[in-house]
Design a protein around this ligand. Sequence first.
Ligand code: NAD
Length: 485
Amino acid sequence: MQEYKNYINGKWVKSSSGKVFKNLNPANKRIIGVFQDSDEHDVSEAIESAENSLNEWRETPAPKRAEYLYEIANLLRDDQERLTKIMVSEMGKVYKEARGDIQEAIDIFEYMAGEGRRLFGITTPSELKNKFCMTTRIPIGVCGLITPWNFPIAIPSWKLAPALVGGNTVVFKPSSDAPLSALELVKIIEKSGVPKGVVNFVTGSGKDVGDPLVKSKKVRCLSFTGSRDTGEHILRNAGLKKVGLELGGKNAIIVMDDANLELAVEGIIWGGFGTTGQRCTASSRVIVHKKVKNALENLLLNKVRRLKLGNGLDKNIDVGPLINEKAVEKSVMYTEVGKNEGAKLLIGGKVGNREGNFFQPTIFTNVKKNMRVAQEEIFGPVVCLITIEDIDEAIEVCNSISYGLSSSIYTKNLNNSFKAIEKIESGLIYVNSSTIGAEVHLPFGGVKDTGNGTREGSSGILEFTEEKTIYIDFSDKMQKAQGID
Ligand code: NAD
């Protein structure tokens, strides 16, 4: 069985305890390999390595740092096919989506490489004569990156690319459900020639690797993507470091009575069952106008019946497995919760082929906005239909959750579109498109319980740099601001 190692100070090393954990293929439960079950000793070595390489890296001119990012993008592109297959086998998303995950990584490395020649600050007039004011962006220091398994190359890249071009060094802890894709990304970074110690990679549990990384005072910035509960725990333990949190969602598609229903159905299926419903931006709620409810249900039933569940390596498969057995249990549990709450099961609701972690694409209808299935993140292929009477009620239902990541409205009415854009509480809003489909050159993130205000994508550079304010007085006099004489 293949054993994979940590990457610390430019070397592939075993964990200090020698312990390992298994990584399984969710489509057939076969072992992919074993990974280092690291602990605080390994984290501490990784942090020391990142600290030691910080000065040289931050003094490397940003356009030079950017050259490594261009190289990483090129290497990812050359290896896209192999990496796609690894990702499908490791975490189950279907082939075309896994390829898209790697494409997103290529895009963000290229975009952030451009930052090497921007990293813009501002210049602004002074309130005094003969005084010049400007800002620059500076590195933060050692950054801890903790990522989930559902975008195992894209999400780490959304963090690594701005962190590196911004002049920081990093310790990267991937999810134990998808460490191989993350390791392959680190191998590519090594191949690109990024100097040793700039990127360090430690696998292991949230408790033994995540916690020490979060608590370390030597780590000045912690960027986390994952569940709300873990995010809250991190915020409580991180001390005074800069913390970026990208958390869960319970995203809604609103379908108004004038919507193109065929288009809306495509959006619901893509948003609800893409990545088997395991996206932070998954369309887990559909808020439908009462006049088109029956028509929408019929169209959905027609399409969902034909979705093929199976191993995503087969290009004819539409929906892959869930990540692990616990995720299947969670979907089973919420199906029971939905039924007990009085929602009507329109389709699905059953475990699929038990060789892997399969669960049927599931739709509940007659769901009420306060039911648990309409409020809590299931992170499985479960979509809830809620009926409304007008745009105001649609917006009210859309906002009736604690999360605020993505939302969408299907309508041909310009007034309704703009009302939704203005009043819906979410970081992203799509008109006549699903809740998924973010592009790297725009900000990405949510409001309310989805995070603490950071944005990734184009705004990642703000997360991974600090501003320095500079005043240059060339008056040869003691000048005081605020009119003090
Ligand atoms: P998770 O919170 O269980 O784990 C995320 C990461 O945190 C993993 O690497 C895990 O090992 C680590 N971790 C766990 N406990 C920790 C601790 N005590 N200290 C430090 N690290 C710890 O989430 P998951 O199941 O991997 O991912 C699914 C969740 O991520 C969903 O809620 C989803 O909505 C969210 N997500 C959000 C975004 C976004 O951009 N907003 C994107 C993708 C996924």
